[in-house]
Design a protein. Structure first.
Length: 573
């Protein structure tokens, strides 16, 4: 149930059906008409800009039009008790208590789905995709949680979502990783010193992988090339197990893992290049040297080039290296072709801060492959800076040259990490303060929301009730106080938050909203400590039936929101 959609539809239909009496002819910007929650200083439940939009279309005075529309709405919509004209023509609408009660009952009848805006798209969301050369580090955590929560959000709205991980298990980095494991096994078995080579991986986790597979008798250590395939298989299995365990500890599971080696094995690059050739999007030619790159590192070689400028990119892109082998980009084109072949309606990639420059070329490729029918949306997660007691914090680096996800989990719990990683928009850097997430104060958002739910449960236990009970408002006697009216308006706003977060792919709006809702509840609770008239319970009984209704409303929205975030809700704290 979305009160804004419901009443906006009625308002628009009334105005369209009475366009002659309102002297309206043009409705070019009907889509720009909205219904919102007005600012707090207005004593109103809804606010619409309809007079402003239509007066501009029809070149008429917005205030005069507002007066006419106001009369029309009050005459035809029963629950519109009062309408005030504000500013240049906004209509601020106050619902009657009966109108509030009817809408609240609709929410209570749809507890688990309240806020969802039903759609039925098939999404592929690729996130994390960390190189399988070691455990996850802190930098991966933000994108991992962002992708997981975004997936939950879209699932809440009724979509089908495949959470995908792309395993980069081919190329020079993988060869160096396998070689590192090889030398660590030789170190274990023959006491050979691990080579001082900058291309090798020195981390402790390499030793752990080596220990796990060193007893395999099929590994012939006499020659690296001869044992490479088996060593690669066993090493990558161990590495991916580490990564999957890190993800599991963060509350994340993927639906599908796609291997880069499969692209090579099935010659997918050649197939998609031929397809793009037939569309004249790939041709042989020469590229200019990359900007800012020394000329000695670049050779003018004739190669296959993807004409990505035809799809909004800044320059055309090479599909082949100097030696004629496929570029990383060519493999990525083949991978996204496979996604399109799997009939997804929408593709979303969650990228790290260092991949911003890659977006235009891969988006262009998706557009070319799908004949502009499928759009790739890329969301970049900026860096995370760790702080403790207000100072930059460096944790142990036993994993090598980075701070692992497990290091982070050893410091703070999963719930705090998930909530705080979404405490700012993904496109700005995030400061993660270990002291803040351990505080039991208003300054710790995850604690504050969990505490609101725990307080509600304490009331429910005292009353010997259950949050799953079916309750409803008696419209004839419904009379909310000033705090409850603020809570009603915030509860009504929840579907708007879900709609905006899903449409703009901005899941950070959910923890923001939950914190604001919890603040309203805690303020109401504190008011009861100051003034007995605002107490929820007196002598073990609920003082006002309305209070119980609001407790249930707050609980159901917090429960739905925290389920999307993947954060637990303790009933006692």
């Amino acid at each position: 149930m979305n009160i804004f959609d419901k009443y906006l539809s009625r308002i628009n239909n009334l105005v369209l059906n009475n366009k002659n009496s309102l002297k309206l002819k043009n409705f070019e910007n009907l889509r720009n008409i909205n219904l919102e929650v007005p600012p707090d200083h207005f004593n109103a439940d809804l606010s619409t800009n309809i007079s402003l939009v239509l007066s501009k279309d029809n070149k008429t005075n917005p205030n005069n039009l507002a007066k006419n529309i106001k009369s029309l709405l009050l005459e035809n919509i029963d629950h519109f008790q009062k309408i005030e004209i504000a500013g240049p023509g906004f209509l601020n609408i106050k619902l009657s208590n009966e109108g509030l009660a009817i809408n609240i009952n609709e929410i209570l009848n749809n507890k688990k789905t309240y806020g969802s805006k039903k759609s039925n798209f098939k999404y592929n969301i690729e996130f994390v995709s960390a190189n399988p050369t070691g455990p996850m580090h802190v930098g991966h955590c933000r994108g991992a949680i962002f992708g997981d929560v975004l997936s939950n959000l879209l699932l809440f709205n009724g979509n089908k979502v495949t959470k995908e991980y792309y395993i980069n298990d081919y190329g020079s980095q993988i060869k160096n990783f396998i070689k590192s494991v090889y030398f660590r096994i030789r170190e274990l078995k023959f006491k050979e010193k691990f080579p001082l080579n900058k291309d090798l991986y020195p981390g402790e986790y390499i030793k752990e992988i080596a220990k796990k597979i060193s007893d395999n008798e099929k590994i012939k250590l006499d020659n690296f090339d001869e044992c490479f395939d088996l060593l690669k298989k066993l090493s990558l299995e161990c590495s991916m197990t580490l990564i999957k365990n890190d993800l599991k500890n963060l509350g994340i599971t993927h639906d599908h893992f796609f291997s880069e080696s499969e692209i090579v094995k099935n010659d997918l690059v050649t197939k998609i290049v031929e397809k793009l050739k037939s569309k004249k999007y790939v041709q042989e030619g020469f590229l200019d040297p990359p900007k800012g790159e020394p000329s000695k590192d670049w050779k003018k070689v004739k190669r296959l080039i993807f004409k990505s400028t035809e799809f909004g990119d800044d320059s055309d892109r090479a599909l082949q290296k100097n030696d004629g082998s496929w570029t990383y980009f060519a493999n990525d084109v083949a991978y996204h072709s496979d996604k399109i072949n799997r009939k997804f309606d929408k593709l979303i990639n969650i990228l790290g801060a260092d991949h911003t420059g890659y977006i235009k070329r891969i988006s262009a490729a998706v557009s070319a492959i799908s004949d502009k029918k499928v759009k790739l949306n890329c969301k970049v997660c900026q860096l995370v800076k760790l702080y403790k007691k207000g100072k930059p914090f460096k944790m142990s680096k036993r994993a090598g040259d980075f701070i692992s996800a497990q290091d982070l989990l050893n410091e703070v719990n999963k719930d705090s990490i998930r909530f705080m990683m979404l405490n700012r928009s993904n496109d700005v850097e995030l400061d993660f303060d270990f002291e803040k997430v351990k505080e039991k104060t208003k300054d710790n958002p995850v604690y504050y929301v969990q505490y609101a739910y725990a307080r509600i449960n304490s009331i429910i236990r005292l009353l010997k009730k259950n949050l799953e009970d079916n309750i409803f408002v008696t419209a004839s006697s419904f009379s909310p106080n000033e705090y409850e009216k603020k809570i009603i308006r915030k509860i009504f706003e929840w579907p708007k938050v879900i709609e905006s977060a899903a449409y703009k792919l901005e899941p950070h709006k959910i923890p923001f909203y939950l914190y604001e809702l919890s603040t309203l509840f805690h303020s109401y609770w504190s008011k009861g400590n100051e003034d007995n008239n605002f107490r929820f319970i007196d002598n073990g009984k609920i003082k006002r039936a309305e209070s119980l209704i609001f407790i249930y409303l707050i609980a159901l929205v917090i429960k739905n929101g925290m389920k999307i975030l993947g954060v637990s809700l303790p009933e006692k704290m």
